[in-house]
Each structure stands twice: as C-alpha cells, then as structure tokens.
Design a protein. Structure first.
Length: 110
C-alpha cells in the first residue's frame, strides 16, 4: 500500500496563496491592535505571522491593502501556532471588499 493511502485529502474550500515576502495586515480584537505580515491568503481567511496571538475563538477585524484598494473583513481566530502566528477565518466581508480580494486572488493564482 502506498503512503498516499494514509494522506488526508485537502478539506479546504478555497485555494491558499503563500506570500513569503507577505503583505501587511492591520488587525484588532481581543483588546489589542497590531500589524502583522500575511503568510498565506485565501478567499476564506489569512494566516498572520505574529508573536502576539489571540485565543482561538476571538473575533478580529482585519484590514489590508490590495492594488485596487483596501479590504476590510471581520473574522475569528481558528487556530494558533506558538511562535508562528494565527489562522483567521473571514466571517463577514462587504461585497466590494470581497470583489477586491477575488480579483487579487485571480491574479495571484495564474
């Protein structure tokens, strides 16, 4: 039997983009506000590189700039990696912000 038989299938709804040089995102929630580098980005959320992370379940507001404008989203911390950062799932985003993010992702996924 091959090792592939033991691998879990990818369960993510949205394809992620790794941003090694990362863009910056401002976030606030849980009594704090910070600017962090975005390590990965998708239509469903971001992984923020941060030494200061919030507890899983903490609601956050995230703001970042894309070439066509500013994207603002509400989210919730879904996972943390000590010393690395936290994964934030987007829970609410206005239509215009979603459109800007979709256009960026389309360009990056080419």
């Amino acid at each position: 039997m091959s090792n592939a038989a033991f691998c879990k299938p990818e369960l993510r709804r949205y394809q992620r983009i790794s941003l090694p040089n990362g863009m910056l995102a401002a976030w606030h929630g849980g009594g704090d506000q910070q600017v962090s580098r975005v390590k990965t980005l998708s239509l469903g959320g971001v992984f923020l590189s941060a030494t200061l992370v919030r507890v899983v379940g903490t609601p956050l507001k995230v703001v970042f700039t894309v070439p066509e404008g500013i994207v603002q989203a509400e989210g919730i911390v879904r996972n943390t990696a000590p010393g690395e950062g936290m994964g934030v799932e987007f829970t609410r985003m206005d239509f215009g912000d979603r459109d800007l993010l979709e256009r960026l992702m389309t360009r990056l996924l080419r």
